[in-house]
Ligand binder design. Structure first.
Ligand SMILES: C[S@@+](CC[C@H](N)C(=O)[O-])C[C@H]1O[C@@H](n2cnc3c(N)ncnc32)[C@H](O)[C@@H]1O
Length: 337
């Protein structure tokens, strides 16, 4: 083996994993302190930041060093500039501000550091995992985080899926109703039903009312693993919840969707799925292992498994594509006419 091709084995990569939590902590602190907002509003030197944040120059320097090294900002002649993503998503007051979403799982940090105990626990997992005993208040705070990102994903969905020939959408685990609201706004002939757990549909009603689409979007409080589906729907969507459940549950849902759809209807499954060699995307694997933390029976499903659920249920014209690179895939199947 030549010198160039010889692989260097050292601890660099392992150290990165061992200390990855430090990067989360820096991001959370920067969000708490509104670092990027201050920079955007003119506190764009370390001295100005020290006054704006009311913290010492030494602490500002440490925080800025970390933000620079994480490429969250750059510096030129002492002037700081937010990176493009920090500028779009972490400057307060902009419609794209996404701090709620980015800190969505922050409260889970202590649980993640109990992962070893969760993996070795003999306590039987529950079916609903983190959704056991969900209150309306918890659902409201959870979906305050998902609504903006869900609306962005829904815009992407309604741009890539032509629903102009569809009448009635069933949105399984529709949460805030983001997808349904966006879909009926884009397609005037469409109505939608958001099926979610009862505390969540209480919250969905608030988003539906605020969007002025109460006449077109209704809710169905229930559990999509057991509640009978309406049988007059010609399009069904299930987005960002498949990792919460194991194979048999997802396979059964896909079968029941096929039964409920009118002939010629279509089913869209958007989820964190793994490539068939299970070498990624990492995000899908992490949502999957997160279900150990949540003590459910959920896991990451592969693309191949997902296609299999569709085939076994009897769907035709099954296709799959990347929905959001590095995290979400989109599987579609059509019921025979
Ligand atoms: C991550 S959120 C996604 C919400 C929405 N699909 C979106 O993408 O904006 C997952 C949703 O699935 C719902 N969910 C999970 N298990 C469910 C079940 N068994 N029955 C009904 N809804 C469920 C949760 O309550 C939550 O609203």
């Amino acid at each position: 083996m030549s010198k160039e091709t010889r692989e260097t084995i050292d601890t660099t990569r392992l150290q990165r994993f061992a200390r990855a939590y430090c990067e989360s902590a820096v991001l959370f602190a920067a969000i708490d302190l509104e670092l990027f907002t201050h920079v955007a509003r003119g506190a764009d030197t370390e001295d100005k930041l020290a006054s704006a944040l009311d913290i010492s120059g030494l602490r500002v320097e440490r925080l800025v060093n970390a933000a620079l090294a994480m490429k969250l900002m750059s510096i030129d002649g002492g002037t700081l500039r937010n990176a493009a993503d920090a500028s779009r998503y972490l400057v307060k007051g902009q419609p794209t501000y996404a701090a709620d979403w980015l800190t969505f799982t922050r409260a889970d940090v202590p649980k993640w550091f109990q992962l070893t105990e969760a993996l070795t626990s003999h306590q039987p997992p529950s079916v609903l995992g983190m959704y056991d005993d969900l209150t309306v208040e918890q659902a409201r705070s959870y979906h305050a985080s998902t609504y903006s990102i869900g609306t962005g994903a829904a815009r992407r969905f309604t741009k890539r899926v032509d629903l102009s020939g569809r009448r009635r959408l069933l949105d399984l685990g529709g949460g805030s109703g983001a997808y349904s609201i966006q879909a009926v706004k884009m397609y005037p002939q469409l109505s939608a039903i958001v099926l979610d757990l009862p505390p969540v549909t209480e919250v969905a009603k608030e988003y539906i009312r605020d969007a002025n689409v109460e006449d077109r979007v209704s809710v169905l409080p229930g559990d999509f693993t057991s509640t009978p589906f309406p049988d007059d729907v010609d399009v069904v969507l299930m987005a960002s919840n498949m990792a919460l459940y194991e194979e048999a549950v997802i396979a059964d849902i896909v079968r029941r969707v096929h039964d409920a759809l009118v002939p010629g209807g279509e089913f869209h499954l958007v989820g964190e799925m793994l490539d068939d060699d299970r070498g990624g995307p990492l995000d899908a694997a992490l949502w999957g292992i997160g279900e150990a933390v949540n003590h459910s029976r959920g896991k990451a499903h592969t693309i191949g498994q997902s296609l299999g659920y569709f085939r076994d249920a009897g769907f035709n014209k099954i296709t799959h594509s990347v929905f959001v690179s590095g995290t979400l895939y989109h599987v579609v199947g059509v019921k025979n006419s």
